[in-house]
Every structure is written in structure tokens, then in C-alpha cells.
Ligand binder design. Structure first.
Ligand SMILES: [Zn+2]
Length: 135
């Protein structure tokens, strides 16, 4: 059972930069990597557009989702996480996020532009905090 998601400082910097550029709207990305026995290992981030252009919601277009999954497959990587940012609130999943987390039970990484903090969550019968290790 995976207990944590491991991500590099460089990847964290790419994601926070992406979030700052998208502000005041939410930003989003797909995290590619390997599902190991006891953790998820992020190998690359696939930056996507938030087609909702919204400060409180995000949607990745079907085209980009397909492109993302094809790219992952080509590189023999798995989708190990979903990233999005909260420009004006804490890094805690909204009611909408929780609904989508149940459908996508991979780690969800949320960045708060407000507090500049990253947090991870996962759906395991309910939404739970998940260990995010930056290395
Ligand atoms: Zn959210």
C-alpha cells in the first residue's frame, strides 16, 4: 500500500510557478511517474490549462487528458497524481474536489498561492490527508 507521494524540489518549483502564472485562476497539471510498492514517485509534470478560467474550479480538457495519458504511456509512466492550485484559499479539497477525488483515487496535490503551501490528499473510503515528501 502506498503511504506517500515523492516529488522533487524542481517539480515543486515548476508547479508553484505554474500556479502563480495562472493566478487569479486555478491551475492544474497531471503528475506522471511510477507506482512503487509503498509510494508514488513523481517523474515528470504535465502542465495543463484550466479551461474553466475560474478562481474556484478547474477542468482539464479532454484533448489534454488524452494527450497526457498518451504521453505517459509512450514513456512507460503511470498517472500518479493530479495537481491543482487554490489562488485564494488554503490547500484543502473543496466539496467539488472531494467529489472528483472519489472518481480519481490517486493522490491529489493542492498548492495554496495564499499560504504558498503544498498538501496532498487521497480518497480511501473518504478523503484523507496523504504524505507529500519533497526531496
Ligand atoms: Zn480545489
Amino acid at each position: 500500500m502506498q503511504q506517500a507521494i515523492l516529488i522533487s524540489k524542481d517539480q515543486i518549483d515548476i508547479l508553484s510557478e505554474h500556479a502563480k502564472k495562472a493566478s487569479p485562476n486555478e491551475s492544474c497539471a497531471i503528475l506522471f511517474g511510477k507506482i512503487e510498492k509503498d509510494h508514488y514517485m513523481v517523474k515528470d509534470v504535465f502542465l495543463t490549462m484550466n479551461i474553466e478560467n475560474s478562481p474556484v474550479n478547474f477542468t482539464i480538457s479532454n484533448d489534454e487528458l488524452i494527450k497526457g495519458y498518451q504521453e505517459a504511456e509512450k514513456r512507460k509512466l503511470d498517472v500518479v497524481g493530479i495537481f491543482h492550485s487554490h489562488p485564494d484559499s488554503e490547500a484543502y479539497p473543496s466539496v467539488t474536489d472531494q467529489k472528483f477525488m472519489e472518481i480519481n483515487p490517486v493522490p491529489w496535490v493542492i498548492f495554496s498561492n495564499k499560504s504558498e503551501q503544498f498538501r496532498a490528499y487521497i480518497f480511501e473510503s473518504k478523503v484523507e490527508p496523504f504524505d507529500l515528501h519533497v526531496e
